[in-house]
Structures are given as structure tokens and as C-alpha cells.
Design a binder for this molecule. Structure first.
Ligand SMILES: C[S@@+](CC[C@H](N)C(=O)[O-])C[C@H]1O[C@@H](n2cnc3c(N)ncnc32)[C@H](O)[C@@H]1O
Length: 224
């Protein structure tokens, strides 16, 4: 799936909080914006003022080059360079799975979000065999850190940050079962015995030929 198509999935997910008559008024934060496709979509599709941060210098350079109308800067999601309550909506997609300090990241997203605002982020659930396999393998040299979380872990991170979970969502992003070897080939080679675990996990996954890969949480910073 191309970057722009992935961005469209996430923009669909954000739409209710950005365009309804009672949409959240105020600025938006994209934490872990990567090349800025979703960030710019929030600006161009919803007409919102949006800031993007990413701790990769090269990603920020790409984002700035592609989308000069957005405000991008280099920063870590666990130490955001914004004052308290700066944004109406702070979101983070395909990023927190790479952050070992999940609680610090969620606390920072909550801190920069105003009371009544929302924090929305997606995560790799434990029921997802692709994510599970990748998280197991990520302990090995050469693999990027990737965590798979239970809902309870995500709930706890939200609660400690003072957020209230409003909704759990599935991100409508799919991988064809036929293409799964791309994910699993290197992992099966790396960890002996993992192949059988993966195959039995896949056998019980719903979704026919295509697997929905991600979960997301919508959390609210309570009004005071
Ligand atoms: C898969 S990309 C997702 C980019 C974008 N959100 C999207 O969905 O297209 C993950 C991004 O998270 C960034 N990232 C990872 N850990 C981070 C951290 N602690 N703080 C900020 N960005 C981080 C990486 O540099 C990378 O650009």
C-alpha cells in the first residue's frame, strides 16, 4: 500500500473529530509525523493548523521539502517542545509501537492537549500475529524495536496520563494473506519454531484473505 493510501486511512479515522459540527476547535499535533503525509492531509483536507514532530532529522527534512505549508520540527514524543494545553487534538500513528517509554509518550501527548481535547493513537495489538512476530524478533540485532500491547497496557498508560478512554477502533488497513511471507520469511529464518506459532495464529484470525492489522484508541482529556 502506498504512503498516500495509508495516509487516507488515518485521515478517515480523524475525520469525526475534525469536521463534525461539534468538531474540536483548535490546533492539531502529529507526533511521529514521518514524511508528513497525514500532517499535510489534516491541513489540506480539513483546513486545520497542524504541527508535525519526528525525532528523525531526515524525516523532518523530507516533510519540510514536501509540505512547506506545515510546521515541522525535530523532537521526541517523550519530550514535546510545546507548552501545556497547546492543542485541541494530538495524534500519533504508527509510531508509539517503536517507543519503549510508552507511558512517558502518552503523558506528553496528554500534557500538550487542552482539557476537552482528544489524544488518538494506534498500536499493535497482542492478537495480531504479524505484530507479535515482529515484536518478538525486534529483540534481535538489526531489527527496529517494536512493541505489541494488550489493551490493558494502553488503558493504564492513558489513565496514568489523566486521560479517559472513549473508544477503541480498528484501523482499516489490511495486508493480503498472500503477501505475508514478506513479513514472516525473515522472522521464521531468525527464530526457529516461530513458523508454527505464526501459522496457527493466522489460521484463527478473522478477515478472510485480508487481515486488519491495527488497533487505535481515542482518549479524552477531561474538562476541568
Ligand atoms: C512508520 S513511521 C510513521 C510516520 C507517520 N506517522 C505515518 O503514519 O505515515 C514511524 C515514525 O516514528 C518516528 N519515531 C519513532 N520513535 C519516535 C520518538 N520517540 N519520537 C518521535 N518520533 C519517533 C520515526 O522516526 C518514524 O518517522
Amino acid at each position: 500500500m502506498r504512503g498516500e493510501d495509508i495516509a487516507a486511512r488515518y485521515l478517515d479515522l480523524l475525520e469525526p473529530w475534525l469536521t463534525r459540527r461539534d468538531a474540536l476547535a483548535g490546533d492539531v499535533l502529529d507526533a511521529g509525523c514521518g514524511p508528513g503525509n497525514v500532517t499535510d492531509g489534516v491541513r489540506s483536507r480539513f483546513g486545520r493548523s497542524v504541527a508535525g514532530i519526528d525525532f528523525s532529522e531526515s524525516m523532518i527534512d523530507i516533510a519540510k521539502g514536501r509540505y512547506p505549508e506545515c510546521d515541522f520540527r525535530r523532537a521526541d514524543v517523550t519530550a514535546l517542545p510545546y507548552e501545556d494545553r497547546r492543542f485541541a487534538l494530538s495524534y500519533s500513528f504508527r509510531t508509539l509501537q517503536h517507543v519503549p517509554e510508552l507511558n512517558s509518550a502518552v503523558a506528553e501527548l496528554a500534557r500538550v492537549t487542552r482539557p476537552g481535547g482528544r489524544v488518538i493513537f494506534d498500536f499493535v495489538g497482542m492478537a495480531n500475529p504479524v505484530g507479535m512476530a515482529r515484536s518478538l524478533a525486534s529483540a534481535a540485532p538489526g531489527f527496529i524495536y517494536l512493541r505489541a500491547d494488550r489493551r490493558r497496557t494502553i488503558s493504564n498508560a492513558c489513565r496514568s496520563a489523566g486521560l479517559v478512554v472513549d473508544e477503541w477502533l480498528t484501523v482499516q488497513r489490511f495486508v493480503d494473506r498472500a503477501n505475508l511471507e514478506k513479513y514472516f520469511g525473515p522472522l521464521k529464518a531468525l527464530v526457529g519454531g516461530l513458523g508454527a506459532v505464526i501459522d496457527s495464529g493466522l489460521a484463527i484470525m478473522p478477515g478472510g484473505d485480508r487481515l486488519a492489522l491495527r488497533s487505535a484508541v481515542v482518549a479524552r482529556r477531561p474538562s476541568e
